[in-house]
Write a protein that binds this ligand. Structure first.
Ligand SMILES: [Cu+2]
Length: 173
């Protein structure tokens, strides 16, 4: 093997390693399926499963914590305004209906990468009441810069008592 062939070979190997290393979030969905992880079909989110429209928003859990389910899609987050009680664990479950997004709660350290086909989970807690802007930090297309919504943290006694089948959002306040 001469040096030129060796160089081409090494560059090819390097490129083949760099592509999966930088685009890992696009190849882990089939892996998730293989491992039996949290997989959802982005094309039928609104038809069945936990991300149907009337299941989005804040759910009161039996142990006092809350679960928030959201969808990220070009160019909005659904629901547009999330309502959670202060000082209580918030289990976030979010998926994407189209591109890769990144949900960031401004003024906090929380950032969640959102992929189509997978459920991203995060454990959040907001000790103080207030309003947080939630923005997308992953360039997802022409309307990316307008992809913003809101999270409202209210006092525990101001948070509405939700029945098991009921989901809360800012409108329920
Ligand atoms: Cu975006």
């Amino acid at each position: 093997m001469n040096w030129r062939k060796l160089r081409i070979f090494l560059v090819t190997v390097l490129v083949l390693c760099v592509i999966p290393a930088t685009r890992y979030y696009q190849i882990d969905v089939p892996l998730l399926r293989f491992l039996g992880g949290s997989h959802v079909d982005p094309l039928s989110l609104h038809l069945s499963g936990e991300f149907v429209e009337n299941n989005l928003g804040t759910e009161q859990d039996a142990d006092g914590s809350v679960t928030v389910r959201m969808i990220a899609e070009q160019y909005l987050f659904v629901p547009h305004c999330i309502l959670v009680p202060a000082g209580i664990p918030v289990h976030l479950r979010i998926t994407s209906a189209d591109a890769v997004h990144s949900l960031v709660f401004d003024g906090t350290e929380y950032a969640v990468k959102v992929l189509p086909g997978a459920i991203s989970r995060a454990e959040l807690q907001f000790p103080r009441t207030g309003e947080y802007k939630t923005v997308c930090r992953e360039f997802c297309g022409a309307g990316h810069y307008a992809m913003r919504s809101e999270l409202k943290v209210v006092r525990r006694d101001q948070f509405p008592a939700l029945r098991p089948e009921e989901r809360g959002n800012c409108a329920a306040q």
